[in-house]
Unconditional design. Structure first.
Length: 238
């Protein structure tokens, strides 16, 4: 017997586990049409009687389900904290989600999420940019000088995350982790992303570092390039 489709499964899940909730939204890959055999259902539930927000993972109706449960004030706090760290997980789920149950507030909350996403994260200060240039320079130097293949893999991972974050944040774009890292940079600049993927893929396949080094240096160039000499943190004027 085939399992229910994502929307029907989500509706039955909410009706069974949260019968008195005031609103519910189905988000994630199931809504975007990108679901795979291992995808789960992301369900955001709004219950005005809930004291504290929580998240829970469970299996129901033959689907793995991640449920994010909020009242009508807790979601605002999560919106704020997500935006502060520039990773708008909850706003993105609410914005893209399909409304399953609505007491009249869901459309307003979706518009609130969409407005936050459109506005983008806070602009980095010059101090932020300097700090990140220094961190990238430090990791890049480790990458260039290291001779241990196993360590190289982890240094490259760190470098890729730092560089992608730098490009996104200096352009006031949201960042992400895992697959959302790639989706975020691709949405911003597909040509840059294709080159990013190509140079790191070359390194992972062959161990050749030159293309990665050139690419990172080219990315930093508009902001002053590498930074080491003269960088100081927490130093007070005498």
């Amino acid at each position: 017997m085939e399992r229910l489709n994502p929307v029907d499964a989500a509706r039955q899940f909410v009706a069974t586990y949260f019968p008195t909730c005031a609103g519910a939204i189905l988000a994630g890959s199931a809504v975007r049409g990108e679901a795979t055999e291992t995808s789960d259902l992301d369900v955001v539930v709004f219950d005005p009687n809930l004291m504290n927000a929580y998240r829970e993972s469970l299996i129901a109706f033959e689907w793995p389900i991640e449920v994010f449960v909020h009242n009508f004030s807790s979601y605002k706090e999560y919106f704020k904290s997500d935006c502060k760290r520039a990773r708008p997980s909850l706003p993105r789920m609410v914005s893209e989600g399909l409304i399953l149950i609505d007491n009249g507030k869901m459309e307003g909350i979706k518009r609130e999420a969409q407005t936050l996403l459109k506005h983008g994260p806070e602009e980095w200060t010059q101090e932020d940019i300097q700090l990140k240039r220094y961190f990238i320079t430090d990791v890049l130097d480790d990458f260039i000088g290291n001779r241990d293949r196993a360590e190289d893999l982890f240094i490259a991972n760190a470098l890729a995350e730092l560089v992608s974050e730098f490009v996104l944040r200096t352009n006031r774009k949201w960042v992400g982790t895992s697959k959302w890292l790639l989706r975020s940079i691709r949405q911003f600049d597909e040509n840059w992303t294709n080159e990013f993927v190509a140079v790191f893929d070359t390194f992972y396949r062959t161990g050749e570092k030159e293309q990665v080094v050139h690419f990172v240096e080219k990315t930093l160039e508009p902001y002053g390039g590498r930074l080491f000499e003269g960088f100081a943190l927490g130093k007070s004027e005498q």
